[in-house]
Ligand binder design. Structure first.
Ligand code: TRP
Length: 658
């Protein structure tokens, strides 16, 4: 590798500029899109508490390590380790992994950022008010047409499903995740099998048997691989038509037998029994609730029934509309690609303009703006009826709502949200000459990131709760539940929507910039390219690589074979690969290098202004605590360790059967 002399390495203009840029990298979709929904899925308070512990024990020390390595080496990740060691070293692999991770993460990150841009524009043309007006009319029409008993049963169903939700979740949590998964995996198959068996017993004419066999084979194949259904049907029909009557009977018996054999596996049988017991309990609770609500609504006067039914119907219609608005963007590869292209263009423009005049300047404008927007939205939320329950949800730790594996998710997210594990902070640190204030900088960046993640929860949940949304709505929380709330708010909702999606876009932009910078600086530092050509060629390469992610949810996508092979679409595969493997592995090695590998002299030079106690504390965390915790997460990922199983009985899994 030839190294070209570099006349003058770019530098940040000020310490504050560095902190804002690094905080801009950290604060992104991870904070506003992902953190609220994983908090929702993991039951709130306790998850947040554990996340904070992970940030302090693992995130903060590794943040210090990355900035320290970058500052000492004055190089981006691929060159840094060699520069510090003074010779070729295998630690350089960390740098290569980082560049690869940056490339991969940005390719799907840009797609989600593109959705945010699309929604910002949609908000400017006030799509939520349009939805609100049309659904208002439809809901009124619906109520006018419905009979009182129809209205009643609709209200009963709604109340029951609302009431039973927490109970159902608690019931499911009482099983091990693996048991529940096993049950889910066989549930559909067994239901089909049982139906078939009943039918078989009642069949005599051989034609019926043939039809049954065809149908059974078809259903079974369809479960195994969800490919072209029509082609599959003809194929199966042809296969069965070629058999003789005797063969049909024999095959039919065999098929049903083999289905039954599934249940002779004691583990599967136990999982199925446990799963069915849980479902039976849920069904029982449901019918109790049904009785209760029936009695309740019988006494409610018609005018009130109509009023309530209209609200529910309207919400349902709005939800359908916002959902299809989101799907229209996400499942149309060309729209997604269009926005990805624009987003990548803006990102590349900023990176191409340099460290101080591009990245630093952008973050100096966008970060304060972002803070103002989010505080404004939280203040709005404080006046919403759902604020109190949202606050409790986020801050009140309730152990019954968290599975042990949620702890691991918290740790994994700590890496992603702080931009750790791939040398982004290392690269940013390398544009600094200061030898002081390292811990203060790391603290400020971490504090800002955590603050904004918590504010994002306090912005989203009050609105979601006030409009009857579930906190556990998953990845769609931001793109479907929020527009729903904005639509219900009516006129003022438009401003909130613009603020919200604009915020998401800005947050994503300052993060994407750091991802592109890692990849770009490799070409600049190691290959002597000019910043402009390095940024634009890497920007273009990543945009090309983003195409399959942009089209991943598009049904006409040519690469649908990917999903069959990898069991997830291209987009999710990239996210999984980077967030679950590359980042934790990178973080582990960075911690090990900073703790054990880095020459002590260089290390001490970076922290000379630090009290010895703090230095030893940091060293202990980065040498021992952080690596052990990361290794536990990785072992769980390869399923050598099942923490839910390990802690079952001692934690909240009361009903471990068998
Ligand atoms: N931290 C950003 C977020 O929360 C994403 C991000 C930017 C990132 N740069 C990174 C993640 C580097 C890992 C590594 O959205």
């Amino acid at each position: 590798m030839t190294e070209h002399p570099i006349t003058q390495r770019s530098k940040w203009n000020s310490r504050l500029g560095f902190i804002l840029a690094a905080a801009g990298s950290a604060v992104g979709l991870g904070n506003i899109w992902k953190f609220p929904y994983i908090t929702g899925e993991n039951g709130g308070g306790l998850f947040v508490l554990i996340y904070l512990v992970c940030i302090v024990l693992v995130g903060l020390p590794i943040m210090v390590a990355e900035i320290m390595i970058g500052r000492a080496a004055q190089k981006q990740p691929v060159g840094a380790f060699e520069a510090l060691q003074g010779h070729k070293t295998s630690w350089t692999a960390i740098g290569w992994m980082g560049v690869l991770a940056g490339f991969i993460i940005l390719s799907f990150y840009a797609v989600v950022a593109g959705w945010a841009m699309d929604f910002t524009l949609k908000s400017v043309v006030d799509f939520t008010s349009t939805i609100e007006e049309s659904t208002d009319r439809e809901a009124a029409q619906f109520v006018a047409k419905a009979t009182p008993s129809e209205l009643r049963s609709m209200l009963i169903d709604d109340a029951v499903s609302h009431d039973v939700r927490d109970f159902a979740k608690a019931q499911q949590r009482s099983l091990l995740q693996s048991t529940w998964d096993e049950y889910q995996a066989h549930k559909e198959f067994l239901a089909t099998y049982r139906k078939e068996w009943d039918k078989f017993l009642s069949l005599t004419p051989v034609e019926d048997q043939r039809a049954l066999l065809t149908q059974g084979r078809f259903e079974q194949q369809k479960l195994l691989n969800e490919i072209d259904v029509d082609a599959l049907r003809t194929e199966v029909q042809k296969e069965i038509a070629d058999l003789s009557d005797e063969e049909v009977l024999a095959r039919l018996k065999l098929e049903l037998d083999s289905s039954q054999r599934l249940l002779s596996d004691p583990k599967i049988a136990a999982a199925v029994a446990a799963g069915e017991a849980v479902e039976a309990k849920i069904a029982e609770r449901k019918s109790e609730l049904q009785e209760k609500w029936k009695a309740h609504f019988a006494a409610v006067p018609l005018s009130e029934l109509e009023e309530q039914a209209r609200t529910i119907k309207r919400r349902e219609l709005i939800f359908n509309a916002t959902q299809s608005a989101f799907l229209a963007t996400a499942t149309d590869g060309w729209t997604a690609m269009f926005w990805t292209l624009i987003f990548m263009g803006i990102t590349t423009l900023i990176v191409g303009s340099g460290i101080a005049s591009g990245i630093e300047r952008t973050c100096q404008i966008l970060m304060p703006l972002l803070l103002v927007l989010i505080v404004g939205m939280v203040v709005y939320g404080m006046f919403q009826p759902g604020f109190k329950s949202a606050f409790n949800f986020v801050f009140y730790p309730d152990p019954s709502k968290l599975k042990p594996s949620g702890v691991l998710e918290a740790l994994g997210h700590a890496f992603f949200t702080l931009s750790l594990g791939m040398g982004a902070m290392l690269t940013y640190g390398s544009y600094q000459d200061s030898k002081s204030g390292l811990i203060g900088e790391a603290l400020a960046i971490t504090f800002l990131d955590t603050l904004i993640a918590l504010l994002a929860c306090l912005m989203i949940f009050p609105i979601a709760f006030s409009y009857g949304q579930e906190p556990s709505a998953g990845p769609g929380l931001v793109f479907m539940s929020m527009p729903l709330a904005f639509a219900e708010i009516g006129r003022g909702g438009m401003l909130l929507a613009i603020g919200f999606f604009g915020l998401l876009f800005f947050a994503a932009l300052t993060s994407a910039v750091s991802l592109l910078e890692v990849v770009t600086s490799y070409l600049i530092d190691q290959k002597g390219w000019h910043r402009h050509s390095a940024a634009w060629s890497m920007g273009a390469a990543i945009t090309l690589f983003a195409i399959p992610s942009a089209f991943a949810l598009d049904e006409n996508f040519v690469m649908s074979g990917w999903e069959t092979g990898f069991k997830m679409n291209f987009f999710d595969t990239m996210d999984y690969l980077a967030s679950n493997w590359l980042l934790p592995l990178g973080g582990l090695f960075i911690a090990l290098y900073a703790g054990w590998g880095m020459p002590r002299r260089l290390q001490v030079a970076e922290v000379q202004d630090l009290a010895p106690g703090l230095f030893w504390g940091w060293l202990f965390l980065v040498r021992i605590v952080a690596p052990i915790l990361v290794i536990i997460v990785l072992l769980q990922k390869v399923r050598i360790l099942d923490i839910d199983m390990l802690l079952a009985g001692r934690f909240n899994c009361h009903e471990i059967l068998f």
